[in-house]
Design a protein around this ligand. Structure first.
Ligand SMILES: *Cc1c(COP(=O)(O)O)cnc(C)c1O
Length: 351
């Protein structure tokens, strides 16, 4: 464990450490008043004439209860994609420092790094998509600031072994991001439970997958309060709209059991799809999944992909990614959608 309140400041870019953040009207005065003439808003009540709470306090209170974590350890982003971008901007100096990615993995880490002119060091998972902490740690350089680990991993679907992640948390001097976008579909504990044990760990989760709210764009980063404050300092002041804060708040309060039921439907469908896909002779392998998709290796991925497109069904062709030769990534849909996919694949098998 790593409980020292160490060198987080040493890891932050100087310009961010010294940054005086924009102070919005609503953050300078956040108490209740009768009359607000401070933010150049329209006084006419449209339902949305006021700026939203820049720190999303109501929403964080519900997220805190949901995740059993203090609200000072919660950051809310315009999707986890915003948190990914902010983490890179807080900790990595353009042209001088880099992030470390373990391929194959989620594409936004490298895109965000490239947009910010940050270097990328790449290493690979093992062939069975398990994580090798030694290989990761051996790839670290003196200018590596952030390691992104995605568990369950997109596109492979598997969770990484806790022992390997712990070795990276303990052996790396910089920030370790654990992206848990798919954790609600997995049987294992979230790293959130260890948030107080590792000061340089940031856990990402999202409302986009199991919660069914991808269109609202709400992601969460969990970490120690000093890292959360750095993210708050750099984010756009009003990054989550009032409408979205209200919608997510309502969903957390009203929909928890519905979300659980839906996850169970997805898990049941995932099991059924795996069994049926294995019966097709052009399917070579289906990788173990702790997420809402299956990575399926087929004989001719481009042809299978095109056949499905022509049948009106879109899956993700991942066959050009490293270690993903022949692979299609198939999201688990509604029962009827999955049935139609299987029907199409069965008739493809006959041509
Ligand atoms: C889908 C996904 C996300 C979610 O991003 P949002 O911006 O919150 O929608 C994050 N990480 C991974 C690995 C994903 O697959």
């Amino acid at each position: 464990m790593d409980k020292s309140n160490l060198n987080i400041k040493d890891l932050v870019r100087d310009n961010i450490l010294n940054l005086v953040p924009y102070s919005s009207a609503r953050s300078e005065y956040s108490e209740h008043a009768d009359i607000y003439l401070d933010a150049n808003e329209s006084p006419f009540d449209t339902g949305y004439n006021r700026y939203p709470d820049p720190l999303q306090k109501e929403l964080k209170k519900e997220i805190g209860k949901l995740k059993n974590i203090g609200t000072d350890k919660v950051f809310i982003g315009n999707g986890s994609d915003e948190a990914i971008d902010l983490i890179i901007r807080v900790f990595c100096t353009p042209l001088l420092e880099e992030v470390l990615l373990v391929e194959p993995t989620y594409g936004m880490y490298s895109v965000s790094a490239a947009i910010n002119n940050i270097g990328i060091v790449r290493t690979n998972l093992n062939e069975d998509y398990t994580l090798d902490a030694d290989r990761v740690l051996n790839s670290v350089t003196s200018t590596t600031k952030v390691i992104f680990l995605c568990s369950p991993n997109n596109p492979s679907g598997n969770l990484f072994e806790p022992e390997q992640i712990i070795r990276i948390l303990e052996g790396f001097h910089g920030i370790v991001v654990i992206d848990e976008a798919y954790i609600d579909f997995s049987q294992r504990d979230s790293w959130l439970q260890k948030i107080d044990d590792y000061q340089k760990m940031i856990v990402l989760q999202t409302f986009s997958k199991a919660w069914g709210l991808a269109g609202l764009r709400v992601g969460m980063a969990f970490s120690n309060p000093s890292i959360i404050q750095l993210l708050n300092k750099v984010k756009p002041p009003y990054n989550i709209s009032s409408l979205v804060q209200e919608k997510v708040l309502k969903s957390i309060i009203n929909d928890q059991s519905k979300v659980n039921d839906r996850v169970n439907v997805i898990l049941r469908e995932r099991k059924k799809m795996r069994e049926e896909l294995l019966k097709l002779d052009f399917v070579k392998e289906i990788y173990p999944s702790q997420s809402n998709f299956l990575l399926v290796q087929v004989d001719d991925p481009n042809k299978t992909y095109q056949y499905l497109v022509d049948s009106g069904i879109i899956v993700r062709n991942r066959s050009r990614l490293i270690l993903c030769e022949g692979c299609l990534r198939i999201t688990i849909g509604l029962q009827e959608e999955n049935r139609r996919l299987m029907e199409a694949l069965k008739s493809y098998g006959k041509i």
